[in-house]
Design a protein. Structure first.
Length: 128
């Protein structure tokens, strides 16, 4: 089993004991991304829409570093501190993804790292 650690400076650096992503054969397991600006490691300024976009941009950067794109994601998990924001996730996600959409879960949580309102992780499968 080939296991590669994925790292890019175009996404926030890990703020704990984890990797941005791990590639095992043709499957890439992407760690959770919150709306941190990679250059400053601070939460993006703005409303929930800005936070959701930043998370998708961060996931996209990690996907690209692994040799794929958001189109290769087969499973997406969305964590929200307020599930009332879920319609915004759907609307913004439509600008980043095309059919067929990945499988997805949306989970309401009490809190996220650094006070973020949204976090997402994913599983990506690359063509062999």
């Amino acid at each position: 089993m080939a296991r590669n650690i994925i790292q890019t400076d175009k996404a926030p650096q890990a703020i704990g004991t984890y990797s941005q992503a791990v590639k095992v054969d043709g499957t890439v397991y992407l760690s959770g991304q919150i709306p941190l600006v990679p250059e400053t490691m601070e939460l993006i300024d703005g409303d929930i829409d800005a936070q959701i976009r930043r998370v998708f941009d961060n996931l996209s950067a990690v996907c690209e570093a692994a040799g794929g794109s958001l189109a290769d994601i087969v499973k997406l998990n969305v964590f929200l501190t307020d599930l009332a924001h879920f319609p915004r996730v759907n609307e913004i996600m439509a600008a980043y993804f095309r059919e067929p959409y990945p499988a997805r879960a949306a989970i309401g949580v009490a809190a996220l790292p650094k006070g973020a309102a949204v976090e997402m992780d994913a599983v990506m499968v690359l063509e062999r």
